[in-house]
Ligand binder design. Structure first.
Ligand code: HEC
Length: 138
């Protein structure tokens, strides 16, 4: 390969990378309107994610709702976004703790979660919302 061609290919790779990353970038609006409600929703036979994960000192720590509020403020949602973004790998649901921890082991989830098997399978509509967000949904 000529030196010049090598340079051209390296430049093309550099140019292509950010575009690809932007495709999978985590979207804040999607997070706020679709993902955060999943954390607040009561699933049959389960405690809401919010109940444990606003109290525990685990890596998944949600902001506390103000007394009487049913949803986070804009500022709180931004903080939640930061925290939760660290629990996922954009474009890779299998490498994302947020998706594997609460998923049943027989569906490929983690063997252990004190919060239980919140999602019995990958067809669960709410699990799909989380997956969509990780895959760049907006
Ligand atoms: C009954 C309490 C409880 C509920 C409800 C719960 N969790 Fe958890 N979760 C925990 C605890 C405690 C841990 C720490 C590790 C462990 O013991 O499994 C944890 C760990 C995690 C982790 C790994 C990161 C960390 O903080 O260690 C993720 C991600 C997670 N939970 C997601 C969820 C999601 C999403 C929901 C709701 C669909 C949920 N959890 C519901 C108690 C809970």
């Amino acid at each position: 390969m000529s030196h010049r061609l090598g340079m051209a290919m390296a430049a093309a790779t550099l140019l292509a990378a950010p575009v690809h990353a932007a495709d999978k970038a985590l979207d804040y609006e999607f997070f706020k309107t679709r993902v955060e409600p999943v954390f607040l929703k009561k699933r049959p036979d389960h405690v809401r994610c919010y109940v444990c994960h606003s109290d525990s000192n685990s890596a998944f720590k949600l902001e506390k709702l103000a007394p009487g509020s049913t949803f986070w403020t804009e500022e709180q949602s931004r903080k939640n976004f930061q925290v939760v973004s660290h629990l996922v790998v954009p474009g890779n649901t299998d490498a994302s703790l947020l998706l594997t921890r609460p998923l049943a082991p027989q569906a490929g989830g983690h063997a252990y979660h004190s919060g239980g098997r919140q999602f019995p399978s990958r067809d669960d509509p709410e699990w799909k919302i989380l997956a969509q967000w990780v895959n760049g949904g907006r």
